[in-house]
Write a protein that binds this ligand. Sequence first.
Ligand code: FES
Length: 511
Amino acid sequence: MSGVVTVIESSGAEHGIGIEDDGQTLARAIWLSGVVPPPALCSGLGRCGACRVRFRRGTPEPCGADAAILGADAVRDGWRLACRHRPAPGMVVELPPPPSENRKRNVFAADGGPFRLAVDVGTTSVHWRLLDGAGADAASGQSLNPQMGAGSDVVSRLAAARTPEGRRRLQGLVLRLLHRLVSGFGVPVEELCVAGNTAMTAILLDEDVSGLAAAPYRLPEAGGRTVTWPGLPPAWIPPQPAPFVGGDISAGMAALLYGETPVFPFVLADLGTNGEFVLALDAERSFVASVPLGPSLEGIGLRYGGVADTGSVSAFTLGPLGLSASVIGGGAPIRICGTGYLSLIDVLLRAGFLDATGRLQERPTSPLAARLVRSVERGASGWSLPLPGGMALAGADVEEILKVKAAFSLALESLLDAAGLESRSLARVALGGALGEYVPGGALENLGFLPQGLRARTVAAGNTSLRGAALLLERPELRERLTRWSARCGLVDLTARPGFTELYMRHMVFG
Ligand code: FES
């Protein structure tokens, strides 16, 4: 079967999208077409509801997930989860408003060049900074990675890139974004530095990704070189130390090693759908490790999760009147970012509402917790705690965060073991990636992500990868030094640790 599905954007713009009989879902057909920007999807897990579309023609029978996520009224109104249905010729669907794109534009000085563009291509988001001749930001912005239609985690992205056609389709989506950026500034851009994790980099360079898809893992691209894409300025790709420790991490280390005065030993933890860790013993010697975290720290895949943006809850407090939320930019809460979930679970653990394994306390120890327990709703998919703004915390959300905690604390412990260090000898833990902007105070220590006593030495490092990419454009002489650093990194392979499963289970507790 092949044919066309008509997609109507909230602006009223209509597009015909070609479909093939290749078993893909309606969500993939729409958001991998490159015609409309994708929302933050949960990889078709049927949990986020971000793939909802309203059928005007060809409405399929609803499935269980449609009603569970969207509600009976919406289903009656023609709304369905596009990840749960197949496309068929003649279907006409309406899309909800697209995700916002943040773009900041400064006024250019007439003689401000040469201009260079630093780009951090994350699995979820793409961040960029246009630098003028003095190294200052001439413009900056971010948007969701246009490949999100293939799913929000690295595994689903690699699955979509396993054939040459699939890989080129994903590559084309990001190259189109780069073209749009470069041609939209109104000034010539001389050079790019594109820092991404190993999967994003391999896809961008159209390299075979099979070495990243199954053990024993192999690095498809060592980086540390200049590439050219048709119609774009030359792009420098930072070196990649290990199969899942990529150019985003080495660029981040450039920022920490050469962009400031480092105090050793320190840890850089870059938290995205993959957790990538570096333990730097000195300027030359480092251990690196990586661990899949899933997209939940980026708020994706959780029932009310979303990226940290205006309207996202970044912290919760519990008082006599119940739970209250701090919202980025003020106003009503519309979603919860990863930091907000960490803060919420911390509050609920300390109140005695949850136990260390993330389950509801049978006998809550405080009156506030007892009141929360009374408000809990129970259904076929488990318990759910109502939150401000009509949102809710599901038991399954807590479980997702607990898995992230186990992976995170195990990775950190393994790095310290490999170096023969104790956590108290660390001078600093720099957090980048999803938590880089909004580090939830003591929550990381209370929840057991970090060993006790590290709270005061933990800093929000912001987007180290983008900062490093900018530095490598400004000071190209650092590139060779960084490539040497990358080649000398020692990889700590977590899964090769004896008793890995038992170790992981031992870390599956909060606190
Ligand atoms: S519910 Fe469909 S992608 Fe998340």
